[in-house]
Ligand binder design. Structure first.
Ligand code: DX5
Ligand code: ZN
Length: 235
């Protein structure tokens, strides 16, 4: 976690597109290839129409990598799973505000369990959910697809929303608030990651774009190069 303060950007491969029969090897390989985080998608066939992995799998991959495990909960209800994921070695836990009856309480619970806390915004979820809980956020995650599946196309409306989220987070930090990371998830590829960086993201989830290639290191390097080019143009 100490890297968070020094590294301005993070690449977080989503293991949703990994080979589940060889998950330990997949996470080791992608970290060796330069991944900063492992993004861990939890789907419950209730909040989203798909069913994936839970705390047992998080616990199983934990000894294979030292990088932070970024747990994205697409589940409803949320709270009971938080201590289970904390115990399973999660570092960051994010949830969708629509899936919790008490957003402030859920955020506090994540931090009480020793993890960093994030709120996730679907494409049509308004950013105002963050307004009264800025002090409890370590991460804001904007979905650039509707949640539930890997391999979907990036929704361009996410770029406008990203700029607005960037503006809110910058204003908060300039007023003395704590650091809040801004992550984007869904349809992130080599050919749009520069635009996404320019719109204000600092943390990039990519599933099919990385695990769909043979050479993970090469694609991560090309993503970093696209980000660097975007920074040299816009910053
Ligand atoms: C979608 C998940 C994403 C997904 C990203 O509900 O939250 O993390 O795995 O996959 P790609 O990068 O293929 O869109
Ligand atoms: Zn995700």
């Amino acid at each position: 976690m100490s890297n968070n303060e020094v590294s301005p950007i993070r690449i977080a491969p989503s293991i949703l597109s990994a080979d589940f029969a060889r998950l330990g090897e997949e996470v080791r390989d992608v970290v060796a290839a330069g991944a900063d985080w492992i993004h861990f998608d939890v789907m419950d066939n209730h909040y989203v129409p798909n069913l994936t992995i839970g705390p047992l799998v998080c616990e199983a991959i934990r000894p294979h990598v030292e990088v932070p495990i970024d747990v994205h909960l697409m589940v409803e209800p949320v709270d009971a799973l938080i201590p289970q994921f904390a115990k399973a070695g999660a570092n960051i836990i994010s949830f969708h505000p629509e899936a919790s009856r008490h957003i402030d309480r859920t955020l506090a619970l994540i931090r009480d369990q020793g993890c960093q806390a994030g709120l996730v915004f679907n494409p049509a979820t308004p950013l105002h959910y963050m307004e009264h809980v800025m002090d409890k956020l370590d991460l804001v995650l904007l979905m650039s697809v509707n949640p539930g599946f890997g391999g979907q196309a990036f929704l361009p409306s996410a770029l406008t929303k990203l700029r607005e989220a960037r503006r809110r987070i910058d204003a908060w930090q300039q007023a003395g608030g704590q650091a809040i990371l801004l992550e984007v998830d869904g349809g992130v590829k080599e050919d749009n990651i520069g635009q996404i960086r320019a719109a204000g993201a600092d943390t990039f989830v990519a599933g099919s774009a990385i695990f769909g290639q043979d050479d993970y290191a090469a694609v991560i390097q090309r993503m970093r190069a696209e980000i660097a080019t975007a920074e040299s143009r816009h910053v």
